[in-house]
Design a protein. Structure first.
Length: 152
């Protein structure tokens, strides 16, 4: 008798588990197969080692490899020192675009910041990264002589 109840209990739990899996599948988000797709050349911009005060403007280049126009609705830097810019016009399928980023190079030290892009693409939120290091500017060598040295 215990074996029958145990078997019925296991069978009931199996059915409940299978039903729960079906419910998860039924509630899954169905993505648009024609959606815009942002395909980046690289999702990291490496400034390398640059001097303080150097040009902090760089760009992330991408192509819309989807079937619908791509519309970027927002791009935000992870701090006030990272300012992104982007086209407000739709990027048609097959066309390219870019997201500009300006980093404040007055700050010394390592760069490790993000830019979060929101769009109508299949991947609605994309996180891009900038990295590098800002060093103090090198000074010009100082002339320590007061003029040319004459030989006698």
């Amino acid at each position: 008798m215990k074996k029958i109840f145990l078997t019925l209990g296991i069978a009931t739990m199996t059915l409940i588990s299978a039903k729960a899996q079906d419910a998860k599948t039924d509630n899954a988000v169905i993505t648009n197969p024609n959606a815009a797709v942002m395909t980046f050349d690289s999702d990291v911009v490496d400034y390398g080692t640059i001097e303080q005060g150097a040009d902090g403007v760089r760009e992330f280049k991408f192509k819309n490899t989807g079937k619908e126009p791509l519309i970027i609705s927002n791009a935000t830097g992870s701090c006030g020192c990272t300012v992104p810019t982007w086209s407000k016009e739709p990027i048609l399928p097959g066309k390219t675009g870019s997201i500009g980023v300006k980093y404040d190079t007055k700050r010394l030290g390592a760069i490790n910041k993000t830019v979060t892009v929101t769009s109508n693409a299949a991947e609605a939120t994309k996180v891009l990264r900038i990295k590098g290091e800002i060093i103090a500017p090198k000074t010009a060598p100082v002339n320590t002589t007061s003029g040319p040295v004459e030989k006698n």
